[in-house]
Design a protein around this ligand. Sequence first.
Ligand code: NAP
Length: 329
Amino acid sequence: MKAIVQDTYGPTDALELRDIDPPRIAEDDAKAANDVIVRVHASGVERGVWHVMTGLPYPVRLAGYGLRAPKTPTPGRELAGVVEAVGSAVTRFKVGDEVFGLGQGAFAELARANENLLAPKPPSLTFVQAAAVGISAMTALQALRDHGRVAAGQHVLVIGAAGGVGTFAVQLAKAFGAEVTGVCSGTKVDLVRELGADHVVDYSREDVTAGDQRYDLVLDTGGNTPLSRLRRVLTPKGTLVIVGGETGGRWLGGSDRQVRALIVSPFVSQKLGSFICRENHEDLLVLSELVEAGKVTPLIDRTFALSETAKAIDYLTEGHARGKVVVTV
Ligand SMILES: NC(=O)c1ccc[n+]([C@@H]2O[C@H](COP(=O)([O-])OP(=O)(O)OC[C@H]3O[C@@H](n4cnc5c(N)ncnc54)[C@H](OP(=O)(O)O)[C@@H]3O)[C@@H](O)[C@H]2O)c1
């Protein structure tokens, strides 16, 4: 089968389209009993792909992705497609089911996934739209619901509102009944308003942390706003959830803010924190329901062919993306 493969860590030059053996579920492999092979129709591009491709920041390598070279040479996590084969213990799916969620080696014709990280594809979504949901929407959901404890009527600020996580966060915060302010660059202001944001701030013209407005919840998914500035716009009992940011160095990757937030939080009235997305089946179902209820629609910027996966990743990391970028297979 055709797949994107990388033998070394590096920029997108490290990626090659190759013919490789397809993933298989061996009958005597107990570890694969809950695995599913998915014929991939589309695969979402998200920042995590870049981190695993480059092995940066370095703690990524210590987290089990391989010290000198990627342990799994086939990148790609978010996917949507059709079940091709199932392991002996799989109960959720059968061959032919349309699914979406998270797999391994999703930039390929066939990918392996654990059944607990898949869900039935929402009928109203195309494969391209469904592939865009995976990590980005799950992260936005958990940031707002579990870590932000968002409630109706609250003022929520989403920094990075036009990005993969941000476009879901704006829609989800509205679905939870919040009054939402989105922060993005100038060319993306209309898009964030169309997503349902009540107010939009173009950060190239206005520093949202310098204004008089205070927010019950701040979700930071973009840039590297200092912790003190983020705290300034929080209400005295407000919550800050740092989802990410890409302006840090090779060692910290911006995570120093997260660490400081966790250290400072117990000593102040505001709740400051960060988290790593807990990948799970139940949240895929929650997102599917929200999609079917018309409360959330994946915003697709562009699609790229499998052979153009490197271009798709560059497009995202260069900051062009408005919503999600998806590779079609
Ligand atoms: N905690 C977790 O488990 C988890 C899960 C997924 C992702 N993440 C992290 O979350 C971050 C966002 O991911 P993503 O997939 O949404 O990335 P993305 O699609 O690239 O979105 C990031 C957004 O931030 C905006 N941005 C850049 N500088 C900004 C600034 N100074 N102020 C406001 N916005 C700014 C960018 O566009 P404009 O500047 O043009 O507006 C872009 O829309 C990444 O760091 C990723 O690694 C964490």
